[in-house]
Ligand binder design. Sequence first.
Ligand SMILES: C[S@@+](CC[C@H](N)C(=O)[O-])C[C@H]1O[C@@H](n2cnc3c(N)ncnc32)[C@H](O)[C@@H]1O
Length: 257
Amino acid sequence: MHPTAANQPIYDAIGHDYATHRQEDPSLFQEILNALAGAQTIVNVGAGAGSYEPRDRTVLAVEPSEVMARQRRAGSLPAIRATADHIPLHDGSVDAAMTVLSLHHWGQHQRAGILEMRRVARERVVIVTIDPRVSGQMWLMKDYLQEVAALDDEIFPLPEMICEWLGGKAEVKVIPTRRDITDGMLLSFWAHPERVMSPGARAATSGFARQPAHVVERVVDAIQRDLADGSWDQRYGALRALTELDAGLRLITAQLK
Ligand SMILES: C[S@@+](CC[C@H](N)C(=O)[O-])C[C@H]1O[C@@H](n2cnc3c(N)ncnc32)[C@H](O)[C@@H]1O
């Protein structure tokens, strides 16, 4: 389905500076490559600017947002403008289907999208997502941005549910979020409270970008104040010594045959 004005993708509004702040992270990329194993033909659903796509295989990208599709790297195939629930490919036409941090944007079509990934892939389906029960415990969501924790509970399907949609034969792997992760997803903020003060960094996360201005202002003011008077460090200073944390990132792999 080609997106219409009625379902104008959210990323057309928030994706303008995405590629600057959301650089592919080498360690997460390696996990995804391992999960894709020998797949030579891959469809990347909700592909965005093309992060985490193997460069040495044939990758088809499915991406509804024009703004995101335009940020794909030079030399990659143009994205197929469609949504996950109607992947315009024949049954079993690729070795693997992958999706990275996109499933929570599929609304009521999450199950349909996963079934589509199963339909078009011959061998495996690889999904990177977030367990909202874990991300909701991160200091940012727990103490400042409860709106995002509440929204995440609604929009992120639980890993168990995803496994069920995948046919019950999937594995879930915990992917710790490293302090030095180069992909500025909202979970990366666990180690970088100062990042909340950057409008660009905030705007590249759908968590912040979806909040009304007064909520963002409240959170920025509170964190700025708590950093300045030392209360953030009193409560969370121990985090500054950690190199990684389980902030909720999950890699789900289903072997289809
Ligand atoms: C957080 S971005 C992730 C992009 C890319 N996978 C990455 O890891 O950088 C989420 C992407 O999902 C796309 N998306 C939103 N709704 C979608 C849908 N119904 N079907 C497929 N993709 C969708 C957005 O346009 C956006 O590019």
